[in-house]
Design a protein around this ligand. Sequence first.
Ligand SMILES: Cc1cc2nc3c(=O)[nH]c(=O)nc-3n(C[C@H](O)[C@H](O)[C@H](O)COP(=O)(O)OP(=O)(O)OC[C@H]3O[C@@H](n4cnc5c(N)ncnc54)[C@H](O)[C@@H]3O)c2cc1C
Length: 493
Amino acid sequence: MLNRGEMPTRWDKEADVVVVGFGGAGASAAITAQDSGASVLIVEKAPKGEEGGNTRVAGQGYLNAEPRQDAIEYFNALCGPFTVAEDVVQAWADEIGQNNDWLTSIGGDPQEHQHPPEGIEFPQLPGSGSTHKFHEGPIVGYSNTWQLFERVVGEREIEVMYESPARELIQRNGSGEILGVRVDHGGDPVYVKANRAVILTCGGFENNQEMIRNYLPGLPYCYTSGSPYNEGDGVTMAMQAGADLWHMNNYAGPSMALKVPEYRTTFSMVALHFSKVLDGGMIVVGPDANRFADEKRKTSHGKVYESGRWGPLLTPCPMYMIFDHKMFVSGPLYDKDPKAGWNPLIDRYDWSDDNTAELARGWIKTGNTISELAKLIDLDASTLENTVSRWNKDSAAGTDTVFGRTMMLDPLAEAPFFALELSPSMLNTQGGPKRNGKAQVIRPDGSPLPRLYSAGELGSIYSFLYQGTGNIGECLAFGRISGRNASAEKPWD
Ligand SMILES: Cc1cc2nc3c(=O)[nH]c(=O)nc-3n(C[C@H](O)[C@H](O)[C@H](O)COP(=O)(O)OP(=O)(O)OC[C@H]3O[C@@H](n4cnc5c(N)ncnc54)[C@H](O)[C@@H]3O)c2cc1C
């Protein structure tokens, strides 16, 4: 690590524009900067094959919002009281409706999602009709949009340094100008000079438990179904350089999922999907052995409307999915659909069809009675028995008198009984360094940190409610803005 304002004694690499992180925002920034005449180097933390970040394993939808005025109205309504500066909203709106044209110009084939009714997440908000969700190629998912980005970068003279996490921004004393980045490669520091600018596109802090505890509301821990490489490095580097932060408490989550130490990211459970059904009885309880929500409730990327306001779904940890033998034998509990998610697409754990391998691994626990099961998972046995018996009574009557659940109303009737611990899970965080409408990272006094730009979910513009496909839409929009402006900077020597 260099002392504050200290210059490295050598530069090992150089480019006009150095892009930190090869996901959707990094690709969009790099392609645009190169098309604007700059030489570009991307430094990427993951090894080849695991680059692409959340973009690679996302649902692959991106927003092309229009008409512009409606898009602005909807965006501002999503932010509600957590307003975003007008120059940022205007810049976003200028670009977001051009995503398809730009992708077509680089060889893409934008296709509009066939709109299920839930495609627009907040239809009641003004301007929501501006939501137009697209993906690359004929099929949604399966990394298809990402593959376009990767192909286009690969076709150009853009070097990608893999297994090279950026660790520090190199900054001129006094002006605070960003001159390059220190990268770790094979345990050695590599000093990369950025003649014109650095663009931070290294994702959020999904895998940084300390930041999660500090910044996300009420979460003792949370895991992700996305890239394990997003550890908040961009937040730390930008803070060290003097950046302001924003939207740190906003994230696309939580949901409830299985996280086990052997795997880096979460497993989605079929029984908890709002539209999927397994036979048999199932409830979810918190540490007090009581149910706390409609387990089949559909959330808006983790936000629910309660007590007259939107807020994150309650996830009292530890949570347990309690189910009976009928559900255990009704099919694999893990939703292995390989359309999206790090586990299905990259780590590819082969969950057994009859769930017995996961029982043997101890991921699922079993007891002959509810009371025996409660002891195994350290819950109060009589409370859990009461919770189950109330659920069974309600399900026999066909009405969930506590939370109004309407799906999978089967009782927990068949012994043995089972428990699987659930953790809060998220897609991505939205917070990070604050940016302006030129995609410049700004200080607490609003002045830009010279030669430092950002795009994507690292300091995303989403401050509160989130419209699905908005993140990749934003990667494209601010990726282009940052790429254009970074390449237009005058070289510093
Ligand atoms: C399962 C899932 C489904 C989703 N579906 C959608 C969807 O359909 N539409 C949508 O809009 N959004 C979706 N999202 C959210 C969206 O994928 C992300 O917000 C978006 O792709 C972020 O793009 P990015 O380029 O900012 O970051 P990422 O794509 O995450 O890329 C960041 C890159 O930076 C690298 N990196 C991290 N630290 C460093 C470092 N120190 N130095 C160098 N490199 C570093 C990472 O390895 C990674 O390659 C989904 C997310 C998940 C997890």
